[in-house]
Every structure is written in structure tokens, then in C-alpha cells.
Design a protein around this ligand. Sequence first.
Ligand code: OGA
Ligand code: NI
Length: 355
Amino acid sequence: MKSIAHVGLNLSVVEKLLSNGHNHLHVQDKYVFPPGERPDISQVCDSYKFPVIDLRDLDGPHRIKVVNEIRRACEEDGFFKIINHGVPETVMKSMMDIAREFFEMPVEDRACLYSENPWQAARVSTSFNVTEDKFYNWKDSLRHLCNPVEEFINSWPEKPALYREVAGKYSKEIRVLVLRLLAAISEALGQDSDYLNAILGKHTQALQINYYPACPNPDLTLGIAPHSDPGGITVLMQGDVSGLQVLKDGKWFAVEAIPNAFVVNVADQIQVVSNGRFKSAEHRAVTNKTAARISIPTFYSPSLETFIGPAPSMVDDEHPALYRRYKYEEYMTAFWNQSLKGKSILDRFKIETSP
Ligand code: OGA
Ligand code: NI
């Protein structure tokens, strides 16, 4: 009896997942965005190059130069790429390989982790929020918490057999990198290097693997709809298939993949703490016809019980507080309950100014 119910559940979950092994010959209605929200791929600019910051000198006598480059990127772009970041290429490659293996193994081995509850420590999901999404995003994801690794590793996938070992190593390397970046960003804000580290409280680190299958008609749908990331900073490994785009001055720009680089973006909490000085840029991902695309963001965020608001030193008569103070749990509740829509969640935490 129990096993029949189990099979029944898995069958419907298998139908829900895009990575269910079916060959997608056309874009089903639920993935078709309305004309005004489609990506219009021919309008995407590739003329702007997001800054590439070499971290080789971050811990040496030229630190100030690197910190200045980071400041400029956080003020003007909200996105930058990093090279010589210290994460070994072998660790990056093993993570990308195991991510691909995860999404290429028989679907039943993923379907067992499917959940529509975003608060679960580890889950497989599809689109963004299937209870709210009017138009589905063309992606499946695996997401799990990973700091400290030992606390969460038992919730991670058991298959592929090496998953936990590989993702554990990767998560630890990314944490070291993020702590270096947070120190540099704190200094870029004119604060002590420990400033943002202290503000994040106990720290939440979530690893996500986005899987965007090849799509028969990339003009009709989006891999991930426009949004800004809710946390502190995001460190993204894009494989060698591009698809990430950033909104800058009202236009969409492609962020080309560079081998072995990471893409770093400022997320909403740093925009709030910096009182709007550093930008959490709106971004999206498009699909393509020929290849499945995998991207692996690490979202580094405050812990849920942490209070966030503009730093007192960022507020003065000329720069009045733009956001109210709130518990991060309130922010994440708003984030998980929506369907992605630009920077609309951040806007809800703005202080109303009199007209
Ligand atoms: C995300 C995201 C972009 C990408 O998962 O928040 O923005 O390139 N992903 O997959
Ligand atoms: Ni994002």
C-alpha cells in the first residue's frame, strides 16, 4: 500500500520536473511569458563588459587598489567577475561535473527530493514558486544549506555517490572566498574589514544548482525571470554556456562566461546596509536551443534572526535612511511568497518619503 502511494507521488512529481528525461519539442503554454515580458533576445547588448577584478593582489601591498575596483563595481554595476580568486580549478570542475551528473541521472533519483516548501534545508524544485508563478521559469533546481557543512550534509542528495564529498569541499572553498570578499566590500564601504561579517549574524550559505534544459523556443520563455537576489552577496559559477543577463541603464546586457571565473553580485541586503550606495542589480537568465545550461550560485545571507537596516555611518542629512529596519526572516518570507518580479521585494522595505 505504502509503496503504491509512493510510486503515485513520484509519477506526478516526475511530470512536474523539466529534467524528466522527455525531449521538449515545444514550449508548453505554462512556460510562455506574455509578449511584454519575453526576453527579446535580439535586443540584448553585448557591448558592455562587466568589470573583471583580479584578486591576486587582494592580500598584498596593493590591497587598496583592488578594494577601489570593488567599490566602483559595487556602485556602478552591482556585478563583477573575479579571477585568481583562490578556489582551485579542480574543485570548481568537480562541482560542475557532479551537478551535471545529478541532473542527468534517472529522474526518480531527483524526484524523491522534490518539495514546494522553500524553507526546507534541501530540496529539488521547478520554476521559482509553483504556487504563485503565472508563467513558469524554464528550470529545475537543487538547493541546500551548507554552513556549517557538518550540520546540513545529511540532508544533501545521496546520489550521485560522490555528491556530498564534492559539494562539501566546494562549499568550504566558497565560504573562504566569500569571507575575503565581505572584508573587501566592508572596506570599500569605508568600514572595518569585519563589518559585514558581523552584520550577517550566524551566516546562511545556500548552494543552488540551476538546470536549464535546451529550449525549443528561447524567445517565448525565461530560464529565470527578472529579480535581484535577496541575500548579502551571490557568487555564481556559470559553466561554459552563457545565459545570464543584467539590467543596466534600462537595457539588458549579457554576462559572458569566462572559464574558471566567478560572477559576484551585490544582493539586496548590501544595498540596504549601504543605504543604496551599492547596487543589487536586477538580472535574469535566458534559455538556448542547443545546450542544457547549468549555473551554480552560492547565496550568502544573514541568518533569519538577524536585524538589517542602513548602517548608521551611511545615513546623514544628505543621505536619509532609504529603508526601514527589519528582521531578515520578514524579508525572506516576502521573497518566498512571491513570483519573481524585478526588485519589487526591496521596494516594499523602502521608507515612504513625503511627496
Ligand atoms: C539565480 C540566478 C542566474 C543564472 O539563481 O538567482 O540569478 O545565470 N541565476 O543562472
Ligand atoms: Ni539571481
